[in-house]
Design a protein around this ligand. Structure first.
Ligand code: CTP
Ligand code: MG
Length: 249
């Protein structure tokens, strides 16, 4: 990415306020370590790795902002011109959507683009981050990295009483994509979406869809998977071990 891209000011909001219920009991998910380093620190480094990102806003667990500030101080990012990255910490909310909104509210003026990146996707490669930013810079109001699905997906009628759920439809797999983060947005469009869309959503791009605007897809990456269940921790540490081994060559 050229130095000129710096003129297109980009910030990243990193929601990290979730409990991590599906990962099981323990510290909030973003504070759990992967190969000795908190997941959140990996995620912040992944954003700061892009030369285009000049500010990262971390949305901490509601009662964990001080702990997160301390962790960030312990694991300082490379600083200084020309490509230093500033970090802000704000406390999060009850839902991911609220947490992202609190992060957006904390952004100083002057940003053209915003990335929203789950702390739970600590290993996203910088090329994926840059591809998202590039597509926003090229004029897309919203950009999502996505991959084709391996599994066939069924739509079911959820059962209340534990009886087997009937399948009601099978969407054509070739037309489905599993969507990752960072999702990238024109700053003003994302702010407007958070002000107007009140439905509960599981990603930010769907709010842009509800505004009637087009969301575009760029290729995602298998290393941008979300750490959700215990087995994902095993996979994440294996990816880190592979990176360390490859760096050795
Ligand atoms: N998140 C957040 N604020 C919330 C809920 C979630 O900032 N109130 C963040 C999480 O910290 C995570 C991202 O949103 O980085 C994606 O959410 P998810 O993977 O569902 O994480 P958790 O909600 O923590 O996990 P679980 O749903 O298993 O409790
Ligand atoms: Mg969740």
């Amino acid at each position: 990415m050229s130095d000129e891209s710096r003129l297109f000011r980009t910030a990243a909001v990193v929601p990290a306020a979730g409990r991590g219920v599906r990962l099981g009991p323990g510290a909030p998910k973003a504070l759990r370590t992967l190969s000795g380093t908190p997941m959140l620190i990996h995620a912040v480094r992944a954003m700061a790795a892009s030369r285009a990102v000049s500010l990262v806003v971390v949305v901490a667990p509601p009662d964990g902002a001080t702990e997160v500030k301390n962790l960030l101080a312990e694991h300082a990012l490379p600083q200084g011109p020309p490509h230093g990255t500033d970090v802000l910490v704000v406390p999060g909310g009850e839902t991911r959507q609220e947490s992202v909104k609190l992060g957006l509210d904390a952004l100083p003026p002057g940003f053209d683009a915003v990335l929203v990146h789950d702390a739970a996707r600590p290993l996203v490669p910088v090329d994926t981050v840059d591809a998202v930013i590039e597509a926003v810079r090229d004029g897309a109001p919203a950009v999502v990295p996505a991959l084709p699905l391996a599994d066939t997906v069924k739509q079911v009628e959820p059962s209340e009483d534990g009886s087997p759920e009937p399948v009601v439809a099978t969407p054509e797999r070739a037309r489905l994509r599993a969507v990752q983060t960072p999702q990238g947005f024109d700053h003003d469009t994302l702010v407007r979406a958070h002000e107007t869309v009140t439905d509960n959503v599981t990603d930010d791009a769907s709010m842009i869809e509800q505004l009637g605007l087009t969301v575009v897809v760029v290729p995602g990456h298998e290393e941008a998977f979300k750490v959700t269940r215990p087995l994902d921790l095993v996979l994440a540490e294996a990816v880190l071990a592979r990176r360390r081994a490859n760096d050795g060559f």
